[in-house]
Design a protein around this ligand. Sequence first.
Ligand SMILES: [Cu+2]
Length: 500
Amino acid sequence: MTERHSGPPRISRRIFLAGAAATAVTLAACSRDTTARVSTDRIAAAEATRPHTGRTVAVELSPGHAQLDLGGTRAATFAYGDVLPGPLIRANAGDELAVTVKNRLGHSTSVHWHGIALRNDMDGAAPASPDIETGTDFVYRFSVPHPGTYWAHPHTGLDADTGLYLPIIIDDPAEPGDYDAEWVVVLDDWTDGVGSTPQQVYDGLRGSSMPGMGGMHDMDSMPGMTGMGSSTLLGGDAGDVMYPYYLINGRIPAAPTTFTAKPGQRLRIRIINAGSDTAFRVALAGHRMTVTHTDGFPVQPIDVDAVLVGMGERYDVIVTAGDGVFPLVAMAEGKDAVARALLSTGAGAAPEPGFQPPELGGVVATVDMFTATPEVDLGVVEPDIALSVQLSGAMMKYDWKINGQAFADTEPLTIKEGQRATLTFNNMSMMWHPMHLHGHTFQVINRDGRRGARKDTVVVLPMQRLTVDVVADNPGEWMLHCHNTYHQEAGMMTSLNYVA
Ligand SMILES: [Cu+2]
């Protein structure tokens, strides 16, 4: 594993706590106030404003070595136990989660609670929260303010492209729950333990830029890096890595999981893309779907045939189940391969594993089609500050950057608590990027100026600008990065820091 993105110097939790007060004072005195750590008082004050039910949901996770069965194919990898995805974590909005992580990986890890507007010092991303050294335990303790579909994964090196991921569902006890059954669908692109390791994939991508180190021609002969195609939905190049397998709920298409329901039932399907380099186009054969939420937050419902889900994004859809056996197919965009699971409500046989239902070629939901529901719209307010994020880089050099710099040389963006900001992504590259901001759910402004969906991860197309509204209501130091694991590792990451 490369150590480059494992965050700041490894310091033990004990030393970090003991040194926290002194660190804040020292850094506040620095001329470069972008590095001033937000005080624990302000983090605690923000935590106090969140809803609290008084209930705590306790969970234990043991990240470690695992031999996973992907459906007749075994993979030696890292996972949260023997299961893929890792165990579902479920709580009500306002509950406290107390997650004990026992790190048995043999190297440092972290657990990032993707999409949850939680207290900064429990975010699971350095430097706001320290990495967990191997052989030690750490308890993440935080309240979960908003209902929705979330997930968790490490924020350390390339471990995001292993079996270390799990779904999180935060329920709203007041929600009408206008559905009969719920199906959690986690998508992934898979190589670890069956093809190249993530480190080999990364070295191959980076090596292509170094004279004498191989280059693009050799990449064609490397398993896992050939046959790349383009996507009209993504404006060109769809991805950098051809994976040996694409998975739904930990299974290859030839050995799919089956979800059983009754004909006529309304199913809520919560789709999570846990992949590293793959956008999926998802359709349920023989069905239309009504998109109701993205990244946990409700949108004005739209009926579509399929939905495009970038890495880190979530979409919730409602379908009315037909009678029979139907493949839920996640086509790896631009990669001519599929992942799948089956919906079974009656008699019937599943089509062959590579089957692509016609719905994939129908109306495909993309982010610009959506509008937040009025109750989660951030409202039109004159912004206090305009933040700008330029995305650059190219496949050949594999030099992905933000505002001209690669992490950790990127200059953090700064904001003051209480401010309203516009954050404009200006993509100067020929590649799309799923941009993710920790600790906040921004509101997309669609290209026609219409107010869009509330999101924490948004697809920014090649050579396009995209603006989102941000409310600075969660003090801390928040990572802002591309959710392509390899782009992130190459440096497409910065932070949004609250300053006094
Ligand atoms: Cu990217």
